[in-house]
Design a protein around this ligand. Structure first.
Ligand SMILES: [Ca+2]
Ligand SMILES: [Ca+2]
Length: 260
């Protein structure tokens, strides 16, 4: 017969064994993950590749995050107030999630020719739009005249476009109005014009009623999902901001793949 004390000791030992057993299991689970991670320290696509294997061949796209290098922020967060006359979106307060596109997608707008509704900018030059410099400082943005203005990039050939990222003037928080992003097959925007983004909620630009919200300009720029549409020309509209009537661009990046 076991004494009460012995029973108590046994119960205690069992409890300890249970805890250790649990730890051992956890430890085993960790160990089992270790070799795969250690063997391929730079390859984070292992799981994704496995998932892709299971898909039918026609959807096997091998999506990876686009290589988007953000400029330094010059102010923190976005203002809390809603400027009068704006149709402002609620800031998420979080960084934008990585944007996924087929492998090989890169900025195809770098150093490509830029034209504009204002051929004689007030400050800077049109080439600033695609020169690769996107830091917020004096001398990096081009300033176009007041009212509705556009800049246009000729990619030089047709591309499958996945994302268009625009930095206007992000020296201070401001909301630009009537932002419309379009692509077309011709320089005059007559053939196969597609509107990818429009936040002109009262159609004052005459380009159609925009369903999207206005937003604070920040170092993150604005990413428009182009959904792989094919085009050679990209045109971006704006109509002044909460700061003044002028229109600015620091950089525009167009993430695409050559059309095969
Ligand atoms: Ca630039
Ligand atoms: Ca408007």
């Amino acid at each position: 017969m076991m004494s009460t004390r012995s029973k108590s000791v046994l119960a205690s030992l069992l409890a300890t064994a249970f805890v250790f057993g649990d730890l051992a299991l956890t430890s085993y689970a960790d160990d089992s993950k270790q070799p795969a991670t250690a063997a391929q320290p730079t390859d984070t696509k292992t799981d994704e590749a496995k998932a892709d294997d299971a898909k039918p061949a026609e959807t096997d796209k091998d999506l990876v995050p686009i290589k988007l290098k953000l400029p330094k922020p010059v102010f923190k967060g976005t203002p809390k107030h809603v400027p009068p006359g704006t149709n402002l979106e609620k800031p998420t307060g979080k960084p934008r999630p990585p944007f996924m596109a087929p492998k090989g997608t890169e900025n195809v707008a770098l150093n490509k020719p830029v034209t504009s509704s204002d051929s004689a900018p007030i400050i800077g030059e049109l080439k600033f739009v695609t020169d690769g410099e996107k830091e917020a400082k004096e001398g990096t943005y081009v300033e176009l005249g007041p009212g509705l203005q556009w800049v246009q990039i000729d990619l030089g050939a047709k591309y499958q476009i996945y994302a268009i990222v625009t930095w206007r003037n992000h020296l201070n928080a401001r909301v630009y109005h009537d932002i419309v992003v379009q692509v077309a097959d011709d320089a005059d925007f007559i053939e196969n014009v597609r509107t990818l983004s429009n936040n002109d909620h009262d159609n004052s630009s005459g380009l159609g009623l925009g369903q999207e919200k206005e937003y604070w300009e920040t170092f993150e720029g604005r990413l428009v999902d182009a959904k792989g549409t094919t085009a050679r020309y990209v045109r971006l509209y704006s109509n002044g901001s909460t700061d003044d009537d002028m229109n600015h661009y620091t950089e525009v990046e167009v993430f695409g793949l050559p059309v095969k």
